[in-house]
Design a protein around this ligand. Structure first.
Ligand code: EPU
Length: 432
């Protein structure tokens, strides 16, 4: 286990390249199971979540080759329809194997995902969807045993849950339906760019999917899919995280390359509303970000895309902690996702969390402290706070950040930050 030591208060400037999207890569890698022909996927970020996914695919019997961001996967007939708890417990996103396994093998055994620090994370909508296509679901020994001996048959499925649409649930249904008999219509589909990227990938494999990116997706089942090549979209959450770094009071202005302006709208708009400078180049693939002269507090209500992403609220909370005035962050998607707040308070932030809402009163400065990462985006918030804080911050349990940020330390160093990754022998404060 590593920890990150950050010397706060260094000026940030320069340019970084944004990696391919982790959350687009995961279902796309799983979708490689849908064909026995090789698929080649580029700009897959080298983070532990994509590595877990590739490990699972190879344990199922696929052949996996990876070289500098490009992954080649070939899944011959005879791959296993069952993944073990040991294999999948490290990553909740392994649930997105369900759709491709059901489409290819008409049966699968997958461990039920357990609890998660950011919330309950149920899978009822995934199961409802696969049942609607004709599968039978049983729970046995902690596993979901799902079978459709007569194959899957298209139908209309409403994917709306109490907290709105589900991203991986929409992905799973889309992947299950591409080889189902007849037409499947997904109502209340998630509209996230990662869903669109998956649909584009599947269409390149020969699927017939229309409407991805809107609330209604129509899939005409086909007999067989084939191999293809695909480049994953830029990671909008990594880009957003670096945009926040560019607006911290220690930033002289930073440039991010390989972004997609269209995917960044709610993130960019909020920074502009809070008084910061956000300037895209003409084709929207590069953005310059600088702190405004008079930063203002702000309000976030997380919502499904195109609303403000839950995956960015922790990072903005770190920025709000140093912004004059009172800011309010309400997470409607994961109301318990506020673990970073108690750690930010240890650095001097003034935050009250109540009922899925954080109320942040900006303070003049933060001071470095030993802090504990609790999940991926919470860790990113702590890194951002540490960059702006006075003194040294030690961020323990760095493996959380390694799940989703590619070469974070290298990228921060490129911008002038002083960061050092060292083995964490004690495991940090309050280890449980
Ligand atoms: N939900 C249900 N039942 C289900 C599935 C979801 O009630 O069967 C609820 C969830 O509890 C939540 C809401 O629906 O309240 C939305 O969750 P969603 O299913 O969309 O989340 P997900 O697909 O499991 C993806 C991202 C998350 C991101 C969420 C929301 C991946 C691999 N993960 O998860 O990313 O927070 O969408 O946008 O794409 C992260 O990258 O840090 C991360 C957690």
């Amino acid at each position: 286990m590593d920890k990150l030591i950050v010397e706060g208060g260094q000026n940030l400037s320069g340019t970084v390249n944004i990696s391919g999207s982790k959350n687009a890569s995961l279902p796309i890698l799983a979708a490689a199971l849908l064909t026995d022909e090789p698929v080649r996927i580029s700009r897959v970020p080298d983070v532990s979540d994509t590595n877990y996914m590739l490990q699972i695919l190879s344990q199922l019997g696929a052949s996996v080759e990876r070289s500098s961001g490009t992954v080649r996967i070939e899944s011959p007939d005879g791959i296993s329809s069952s993944a073990s708890y040991e294999q999948v417990r490290k990553m909740r996103a392994s649930i997105c194997l369900l759709g491709p396994m059901m489409a290819r093998m008409k049966r699968c055994t997958l461990p039920l995902p357990g609890g998660c620090v950011i919330g309950d994370r149920p899978v009822d909508l995934h199961l409802r969807a696969i049942q609607a296509l004709g599968a039978r679901v049983r729970v046995k020994g902690g596993n979901m045993v799902i079978e459709a001996p007569n194959g899957l048959v298209g139908t209309t499925v409403d994917m709306r849950g109490d907290s709105g649409p589900t991203v991986l649930g929409t992905d799973n249904l889309m992947m299950a339906a591409v080889l189902a008999k007849g037409k499947t219509v997904i109502e209340s589909a998630a509209r996230e760019p990662e869903v669109v990227d998956l649909a584009n990938f599947l269409n390149k494999m020969g699927a017939r999917i229309e409407g991805a990116g809107s609330r209604t997706i129509t899939i005409h089942g086909v007999e067989k899919l084939h191999g293809c090549e695909h480049t994953v979209i830029p990671d909008r959450i990594e880009a957003g995280t670096f945009m926040v770094a560019g607006t911290l009071n220690v930033s002289q202005g930073i440039t991010l390359n390989r972004v997609c302006r269209e995917h960044m709208k709610s993130i960019s708009d909020l920074l502009v509303e809070c008084g910061h400078v956000v300037e895209y180049n003409e084709d929207g693939t590069s953005v310059f970000v600088k702190p405004g002269e008079r930063p203002r507090s702000g309000k976030i209500l997380t919502n499904p895309y195109p609303g403000y992403p839950t995956d960015m609220q922790a990072q903005m909370t770190a920025l709000f902690a140093l912004t004059p005035g009172i800011s309010v962050v309400k997470d409607t998607i994961f109301p318990q996702r506020f673990m970073h707040c108690s750690e930010l308070k240890r650095m001097g932030a003034n935050i009250k969390v109540d009922n899925g809402t954080a109320i942040i009163t900006g303070v003049e400065g933060l001071s470095g402290a030993p802090v504990m990462a609790s999940d991926l985006r919470a860790s990113a918030a702590l890194v951002l706070a540490a960059l702006a804080a006075e003194g040294t911050t030690e961020i323990h349990r760095l493996y959380h950040i390694d799940r989703g940020y590619e070469m974070l330390d290298d990228k921060l160093e490129l911008l002038g930050a002083k960061v050092k990754r060292v083995p964490d022998l004690e495991g940090g404060p309050q280890e449980d």
